[in-house]
Structure formats: structure tokens, C-alpha cells
Design a protein around this ligand. Structure first.
Ligand code: ADE
Ligand code: ZN
Length: 350
């Protein structure tokens, strides 16, 4: 650790520091950043009928009891995305918000099957998103990369067909992931397609241990050979697994507001992030689906630290540093970002 003078940062300076500190975001579904206002704008532009009469009525429906109750609304919202410009507008809106939260690097999930199932070509999806990432690098000075996710409630054959269709655009994404309904869809269902992705030189990650049991985290590691676990909070139920994740330095991309909105925890005060950090895990803080869960990455940091007195300046530094170290960027980029993080903390300690 480079910066060490944590005692010089009083607790009342923490919210401003959490917002100002440079960070990476590694777990954010671009379809989950589709704000109700943009849903209505795109619905009108594309002539798509919506089940809700107004932005307010749609937002009022965002009360979820579990992951599936959210996914049903999330897939319905994505139905307004049809043209390359729509995917550009979606990703560009997110990247502007991320830059405002001092995100220096974002690894962005997208769900091509949500769109190809409606007849949208995969090329349309990838080109629109890629255009926004390239423009953000130029104009917002934010590094943005894409990770293609397979929907685990669908078959492995469908994932394989999606992977084949995406291969001509492989230079536009850095990895593959696994998302959607977790229970009943264990990681090993996707062993072959993850083998293919690794053989193609892509990074591999998977959602595991959000609602699913700790065994899903083990099989994501052992069968899919993932480099990071998305969520992974249920690892706290299994001390041997916690020890393994710490020893092997496997990053966890934790999403605190998501966990509360989807009733993984009743309140933020019950969130297990402090336990994960205390066990030595390389945990990070992320927004998951910011348009649906009450905020972008800075809101996640501020609300989590406000609810959990065990989290202070030291944990803020560790979480931000972990976000860079756990990213798929090269060593030189990581070193440059961590130097900026050290400078932000040194300024806050003055
Ligand atoms: N897709 C979008 N958000 C997700 C989540 N939190 N878990 C699984 N799949 C998702
Ligand atoms: Zn997610």
C-alpha cells in the first residue's frame, strides 16, 4: 500500500472523498443504465408501445422482491433498443455519468441475446456500444471496454450460437460473462462456451453467489476458470471458500445497492462487505444496474459507508485500489491510476 496516513482523514470528509477518488467500475450492465426518461424517448423515436403511461409510473414499478422480479422489468425496458444510435445513446449516457463520478476505467457488461431475440443484429448492438466507448475515451478521458454476457436462463447451445455470431467483432470486447437468473442455472451449464472463450484469448467472469449458493462460486472457479466473481457475497457462508478466494486473490465485484434492492439483504447495515474486506478478499464496489437500483457508483460508495461504521478511509482506499488492480487493464495503466488515487488521498489528508 502506498498511501498509509488514514488517521489524518476525519470521517466527515469521507463522503466527499468517496465521490472525488478515482475509481474503476467493473460490474455494470449497460441495459441496467437505461433511465426511464431515455426509455420513453427511445420508445417514441422507434414507435414502441410501453406498458406504462409515464416516466413516473414506470419508476414506481421499480420495487423488487428478488432477482427475477427485477429481470422481468429490465428485459421489458430493453425492448426500446433497436438501432445502432440507440445503443450509442445508452452507453454514452452511462459514460457521462461514470466520468462525473470520477470513474477512470469501466468494464461494461452487455446482453446481446436480449436484443438478437427481438431481431436486432448483434453487429448493431456491438457497433453502437463500441462507438460510445471510443468517443468517451477521446472526449471524456475515460477508458471503456465491453464484456459480452451470456444469459444463463437460456441454453448453452444458444450461448454458443451467440459467441459464434460475436466472433467477427471480437476486437470490440475484452471478455465474456454470465448473468440473468442464477438459481437452477449453475456455471457448469456453460462449460463448453467458456472453454471456447478462453481459447479465443478472452477474459472470463461470471455472476455467482448473488442468490445462488457458494457451490456456484466454486464451480465458476473450477469449471469456467473465471478470473473474477461478480457479486460473490454468499461466499461469507463458507469459510473455506472465503479463505480460498483470499489466498488466490480472486476479485469480487460487489454491488451493495443492488443487493438491498433485490432483497439479498434487508438493509444496507446488514451488508457483508466489511466481512469480505476483513477476510482479505479483493472486493470492489459497483452499481450493477444503476437506473433501477437507486444510483451510480458514487451513490453506492456513499450509502454503503454511511450505513456501515466499520468502513472508513482505509477501506475507501483499498476498495478503489482493488478496482484498478482487479481490472483487465495493463500494468502501466493500473500504475498510473493508482498514482492518481494516492494523490487524491494525500490531498484529503492535508
Ligand atoms: N443482469 C442484470 N443485472 C443482473 C444481476 N444483478 N444479476 C444477474 N443478472 C443480471
Ligand atoms: Zn450484475
Amino acid at each position: 500500500m502506498t498511501f498509509t496516513n488514514f488517521d489524518a482523514i476525519p470521517r466527515d470528509r469521507l463522503p466527499a472523498l468517496l465521490r472525488a477518488m478515482p475509481k474503476a467500475e467493473l460490474h455494470m450492465h449497460v441495459e441496467g443504465s437505461l433511465e426511464p426518461e431515455l426509455i420513453f424517448r427511445l420508445a417514441q423515436r422507434n414507435g414502441v408501445a410501453l406498458a406504462y403511461p409515464s416516466v413516473e409510473a414506470l419508476r414506481a414499478a421499480y420495487a423488487f422482491s428478488d432477482l427475477q422480479s427485477f429481470l422481468d422489468i429490465y428485459y421489458a425496458g430493453a425492448s426500446v433498443l433497436l438501432k445502432e444510435q440507440d445503443f450509442f445513446d445508452l452507453a454514452w449516457a452511462y459514460l457521462q455519468r461514470a466520468a462525473a463520478d470520477n470513474v477512470l476505467h469501466a468494464e461494461i457488461f452487455f446482453d446481446p441475446q436480449t436484443h438478437t431475440a427481438r431481431g436486432v443484429p448483434i453487429e448493431t448492438v456491438i457497433k453502437g456500444l463500441d462507438h460510445a466507448c471510443r468517443r468517451a475515451h477521446q472526449e471524456l478521458r475515460i477508458s471503456a471496454k465491453l464484456i459480452l454476457c451470456f444469459l444463463r436462463h437460456l441454453s448453452e447451445d444458444e450461448a454458443l450460437a451467440t459467441f459464434e455470431a460475436a466472433l467477427p467483432y471480437k476486437h470490440h470486447f475484452i471478455g465474456v460473462g454470465l448473468d440473468s437468473s442464477e438459481r437452477g442455472h449453475p456455471p457448469e451449464k456453460f462449460a463448453r462456451v467458456f472453454d471456447r472463450a478462453r481459447a479465443a484469448g478472452l477474459h472470463v467472469v461470471a455472476h455467482a453467489g448473488e442468490e445462488g449458493p457458494p457451490e456456484y462460486i466454486r464451480s465458476a472457479l473450477d469449471v469456467l476458470e473465471v478470473e473474477r466473481i461478480d457479486h460473490g457475497v454468499r461466499s461469507v457462508e463458507d469459510p473455506a471458500l472465503l479463505a480460498r478466494l483470499a489466498k488466490e486473490g480472486i476479485p469480487l465485484t460487489v454491488c451493495p445497492l443492488s443487493n438491498v434492492k433485490l432483497c439479498v439483504y434487508k438493509t444496507m447495515a446488514e451488508h457483508q462487505l466489511p466481512a469480505l474486506l476483513a477476510a482479505g478478499l479483493k472486493a470492489t464496489v459497483n452499481s450493477d444496474d444503476p437506473a433501477y437500483f437507486g444510483g451510480y457508483v458514487n451513490q453506492n460508495f456513499v450509502e454503503t459507508f454511511a450505513a456501515l461504521p466499520q468502513l472508513g478511509a482505509r477501506e475507501a482506499y483499498v476498495l478503489a485500489r482493488n478496482s484498478f488492480e482487479a481490472s483487465f487493464a495493463d500494468a502501466a495503466a493500473k500504475a498510473g491510476w493508482i498514482a492518481q488515487l494516492d494523490a487524491a488521498f494525500a490531498a484529503a489528508a492535508q
